[in-house]
Design a protein around this ligand. Structure first.
Ligand code: ADP
Ligand code: MG
Length: 446
């Protein structure tokens, strides 16, 4: 088995201080990437891991030269990029096939775009189709293919140009679990067998295990804005075994990084000692997108397991993908009902109290913790409490949120807040008038 180090060669694509700020439709600056520097070398698979909305696709598009950074530079083999990166081919989550073209025509399209003559075009396309296990489907149309087969076409279209770097943006996310696992395995096989005519792979994913299965190096991206908050080397031989203790240890480490211990979203008291703490605001501390019922369920399970459990085991226990657990863990930690230590999730005293309480008491406890630790909830209650008729239009909060979030994310934040606020009987929301109203007595939680 080849070791990682021996295959890592010269730099192919490099980002230096890449920053990207979008302008929202109403003219506000939305910082998405902040000062990102990275290098993709020959012979390595790098995974870019981050939560949804952390800017992974944006970074990939910057590196591919499809969009330009607001600051910083991207280079390909030492040359500053100006326009599309000539060494990169892309594979998208959505497959992005043209429905009126056959498999072969779809694959040939990439070559056509690069000015390859017709005869070598067909030959190269057929070779790529063969390599990726689509033999016999050359003449099929995308609609005749399963999702897995469609993504094979996506891969064939990427490798047919024999790129220095194959960029993949969540290529397995739209597939069912088994199909995804199968395709991942084949990809690893091609890579290890040096059969795929690509010199490096950069894969974007929000799936921790996928990153550990595939990558030589994992770059963990924080959210709001995206920064590289950790880099891990995965020095395990391939194919990798999820049950391997070393595999699990790496998953746990990555999990630790993503569960907020290193992130501003962790509430101050759970952060590592000596860490620089900054005031939590609705922008830098988003509400995890979970329901109170889901959080209560997680805490119940945790109590049932004796109050603590490894995060990976917990995901297994609940039959969740490990990543699906993240927002729930984030919510528990944010509210002070749980804490993470190494790769363990532990219930806190407050969490136990919340979990054991009757419904009325649990609502009050939740209201107390949400108003104390969830900045958006606190901001809403505070604003309502200081408004003479205790009623405020949602537009106010949406406007505030859109200083740090896209319109869609701002809306999601508000919907989560409504769910939490209602559960804790802190405030109510009237859909018809698009207004928030303070629940009587909710000021006491401030
Ligand atoms: N063209 C754009 N204009 C404005 N905002 C954008 C644009 N593209 C992405 N965004 C915003 O940038 C953030 C990061 O998006 P994205 O890179 O797609 O994240 P990820 O791939 O990690 O889920 C999101 O808030 C998204 O709404
Ligand atoms: Mg994306």
């Amino acid at each position: 088995m080849t070791s990682t180090a021996s295959r890592r060669g010269s730099a192919i694509v490099a980002a230096d201080g890449v920053t990207k700020t979008f302008t929202t439709p109403d003219g506000r600056a939305l910082p998405v990437l902040d000062d990102i520097s990275l290098t993709l070398h020959e012979g390595e698979i790098v995974a870019l891991l981050g939560k949804s909305g952390s800017g992974k696709s944006t970074l990939l598009r910057c590196l591919a030269g499809l969009i330009s950074p607001s600051a910083g530079t991207v280079s390909y083999r030492g040359e500053l990029l100006n326009g599309a990166n000539p060494g990169v081919a892309m594979v998208f989550q959505s497959f992005a096939l043209l429905p009126w073209l056959t498999v072969q025509q779809n694959v040939e399209l990439s070559l056509q775009a690069r000015g390859v003559e017709e005869a070598p075009r067909a030959e190269r396309a057929l070779r790529a189709i063969d390599l990726i296990g689509l033999d016999g489907f050359e003449g099929a149309y995308p609609k005749e293919l399963s999702g897995g087969m469609r993504q094979r076409v996506g891969f064939a279209r990427g490798i047919v140009v024999e790129p220095d770097a194959l960029f993949m943006d969540e290529p397995f996310s739209a597939l069912d679990v088994l199909t995804a696992e199968n395709l991942r395995g084949e990809l690893v096989g091609l890579w290890e067998g040096h059969e795929a005519p690509v010199k490096s792979i950069l894969i974007v994913t929000h799936n921790i295990e996928e990153a550990v299965l595939l990558a030589d190096r994992i770059l963990v991206l924080s959210s709001n804005p995206g920064r590289i908050m950790a880099e891990l080397t995965v020095d395990l031989p391939r194919p990798r075994n999820r049950q391997d203790a070393r595999f699990e240890a790496i998953v746990d480490t990555v999990y630790g990084h993503l569960t907020g211990r290193e992130e501003p979203s962790a509430s101050a008291e759970t952060g590592p000692a000596g860490r620089e703490t900054r005031a939590a605001t609705p922008i830098n501390t988003p509400l995890p997108d979970v329901s109170v019922g889901g959080l209560a369920g997680l805490l119940e399970v945790l109590v049932g397991l004796g109050g603590q459990e490894g995060l990976a085991e917990l995901a297994d226990e609940l039959n969740f993908e490990i990543d699906d657990l993240l927002p729930l863990v984030d919510a528990g930690v944010l509210l002070g009902l749980a804490r993470t230590r190494a790769a363990q999730l532990e219930i806190t005293e407050d969490g136990r109290e919340f979990s054991a309480a009757d419904i009325l008491t649990s609502k009050q406890l939740f209201a107390h913790h949400a108003a104390a630790h969830a900045p958006l909830i606190r901001a809403i209650v505070q604003t309502l409490a200081t408004t003479p008729n205790h009623t405020v239009r949602e537009a106010l909060f949406l406007d505030l949120l859109r200083r740090g979030f896209s319109a869609e994310q701002a809306r999601n934040q508000l919907e989560t807040a409504i769910d939490w606020g209602r559960y804790g009987e802190l405030f109510d929301y009237d859909h018809d008038d698009a207004e928030f109203t303070l629940e009587p007595g909710a000021e006491r939680y401030l």
